[in-house]
Design a protein around this ligand. Structure first.
Ligand SMILES: C[S@@+](CC[C@H](N)C(=O)[O-])C[C@H]1O[C@@H](n2cnc3c(N)ncnc32)[C@H](O)[C@@H]1O
Length: 285
């Protein structure tokens, strides 16, 4: 039996470059020449799914077909890397939950502005924003009803956002989750774990492409932004633009978390680097 991708033609270097430049223009993700083989099978799946014969046809489909917007979303679903888990990188989350969050809550208690706005940008299947929700429930406890809590969670891929909204996970997603949190914040259904409503209702999901300037401008007034392990495929120019938006999106003194192996070196000098045990966080000065 022929596999789907076996029916697709070989991807020539020049065709790869035209399509990857289009992907870059639409998403900020830049796939260098070394990523051609990684991309080939993914592009081939889309070519075959659309019943097209050549990569030129596929390129013109993406550029001009009336269904191009739908196809670009399908292509994003195919090429994005969605690896994530609950409580990913515990030192960063401890810094958030045990230091930063209590500080913000105490300041806001004093000023009487009991609202929290947190954004998980590039949230994948939802484990990150739900983890933040768990920390917020732990921090606010019985005073929760006095607070307006908004966790905004966004991603480029519609398919992954649907999974996030469903909020049902296998063992692997919970591999870093303490048993006490598993029993408190999840319900077991047919060997899967469903996040409880008390966490779910704190999170609002929406599709946001981080290169979409209009949508980026609509996300003002954030206390904390998480954008971890997302900008790894962006080139320097796109990173600079996204980070400049995050700066504007944060309240004064707000915090930005990026992946623990990522840095803003050469990207932005606007933030102050704050050190926590085994974690570094950027703060809007
Ligand atoms: C590796 S996951 C990271 C998930 C989570 N932040 C974490 O660290 O566990 C990267 C996510 O970034 C999303 N992404 C990539 N490019 C994006 C863009 N231009 N706009 C919004 N999200 C994007 C992908 O769809 C993917 O779900």
């Amino acid at each position: 039996m022929m596999t789907q991708t076996a029916q697709a033609p070989k991807l020539a270097d020049d065709k790869f470059r035209t399509i990857r430049d289009l992907i870059y223009e639409k998403s900020g993700m830049y796939f260098g020449d070394g990523k051609k083989y990684l991309m080939e099978s993914r592009l081939a799946r889309r070519l075959v799914a659309r019943g097209l014969k050549t990569y030129d046809e596929y390129y013109y489909f993406l550029k001009y077909d009336p269904k191009r917007a739908e196809e670009i979303n399908r292509l994003f679903d195919e090429i994005t890397i969605n690896e994530t888990s609950f409580f990913r990188n515990p030192p960063q989350l401890e810094a958030f939950g045990k230091k930063i969050l209590p500080g913000i809550v105490a300041d806001k208690e004093k000023s009487g502005a009991r609202n929290l706005r947190i954004w998980s940008a590039g949230c994948s299947s939802g484990e990150e924003p739900y983890t933040l929700g768990i920390y917020i429930l732990e921090a606010l406890k019985f005073s929760l009803p006095k607070w307006k809590v908004e966790i905004h969670a966004s991603d480029l891929s519609k398919e992954i956002l649907q999974k996030a909204k469903n909020g049902v996970y296998g063992d692997n997603a919970l591999r870093n989750t303490a048993p006490s949190y598993q029993s408190r914040y999840f319900v077991q259904v047919n060997g899967m774990y469903a996040i409880r409503d008390e966490v779910k209702k704190l999170v609002r999901f929406q599709q946001i492409n981080l290169t979409d300037k209009v949508k980026m401008r609509s996300m003002r007034g954030m206390d904390v932004i998480f954008c971890r392990n997302v900008l790894i495929y962006f080139d320097m120019e796109s990173k600079k633009q996204v980070i400049a938006h995050f700066y504007d999106n944060l309240n004064p003194g707000g915090y930005l978390f990026i992946g623990h192996s990522e840095s803003l070196h050469g990207v932005s000098k606007a933030f102050k680097l704050v050190h926590f045990p085994k974690a570094m966080v950027y703060q809007k000065a």
